[in-house]
Design a protein around this ligand. Structure first.
Ligand SMILES: CNC(=O)[C@@H]1CCCN1C(=O)c1ccc(Cl)c(COc2cccc3c(C(F)(F)F)cc(C)nc23)c1Cl
Length: 248
């Protein structure tokens, strides 16, 4: 029996992943719902748009790094993740943490006015204009919109996030077989949750979303490289160390 010895039954596995998701999701859904219609005024948008490229990138990098740190906490409580070697844990986080940040963004997304929670209010794509990467931001919004449309419950989102993170196909894994075992147990958990919710058709759609996620994140890494070459000072001195560790 390949399951980690302490988690014979799938319910226990799902419960620990859902608990970890809830404890590390940065904002509760109720909080975000209450702020749903708090959008930026024209003047506030003007202030964002008049920032220089590296000021806006630095502003976003701080938030992305904070979001990545919550994902690292989430990963640590996924049963089986801590059993992996340190190197494999870092390898999974290096590539998977931004994907989970993107998956989690669908919680802060309002599909009715195509805005995302940013800096305490809901922002449209125009707020990010000074980043000078409209294609990346458009792709981030599209992905969030697409995932929102699936109307995942928090439990389904928790299991999906764990599945995205524990990816045995990541480059430079030392013990791929062990990562496969943990991936398999999370997959059984997600299938179990979807079956219980009478939503089996969602699994296929979620696998399609995972493929989109991977292409989106390679675009991100490309942008990140462009930015750190264009603004080496900002990228190498101002980005919080974890960000450099994960993305440098
Ligand atoms: C409450 N909301 C939040 O905390 C969210 C979750 C993570 C950060 N965050 C924001 O505040 C936020 C929300 C929406 C957007 Cl569009 C942004 C701006 O996003 C980015 C700007 C620059 C680079 C980004 C890159 C790149 F390229 F670095 F990999 C990759 C991702 C995915 N997002 C980038 C941000 Cl920073």
């Amino acid at each position: 029996n390949h399951y980690p010895h302490s988690l014979r039954n799938i319910d226990e596995l799902c419960a620990s992943i859902v608990r970890s998701h809830r404890e590390t999701s940065q904002y509760r859904l109720e909080e975000l719902q209450a702020l749903r219609w708090k959008v930026f005024s024209r003047e506030e948008i003007q202030v964002y748009q008049s920032k220089t490229v590296d000021e806006m990138w630095q502003h976003c990098a701080v938030r992305l790094t904070e979001a990545v740190q919550y994902v690292v906490e989430f990963a640590k409580h996924i049963p089986g993740f801590r059993m992996l070697s340190q190197n494999d844990q870092i390898a999974l986080l290096k590539t998977g943490s931004m994907e989970v940040v993107l998956v989690r963004m669908c919680r802060f997304f309002n599909t009715e006015n195509n805005t995302v929670f940013f800096d305490g209010k809901f922002a449209g794509t125009e707020v990010f204009k000074s980043l000078a990467c409209g294609d990346l931001i458009a792709a981030v919004f599209d992905f969030a919109h697409g995932l929102c449309a699936l109307k995942l419950t928090e439990q389904q989102l928790a299991l999906f996030s764990a599945l995205v993170l524990i990816n045995p196909d990541r480059p430079s894994l030392e013990d791929r077989v062990r990562v496969q075992r943990v991936h398999r147990s999370v997959e059984v958990g997600l299938t179990h949750i979807l079956h219980r919710d009478n939503h089996d058709s969602l699994l296929h759609k979620l696998y399609q979303r995972m493929a989109v996620l991977r292409s989106l994140c390679s675009l991100h890494m490309e942008k990140l490289r462009w930015f750190s070459q264009r603004y080496p000072l900002t990228a190498h001195s101002l980005f919080p160390p974890l960000y450099k560790e994960l993305f440098a």
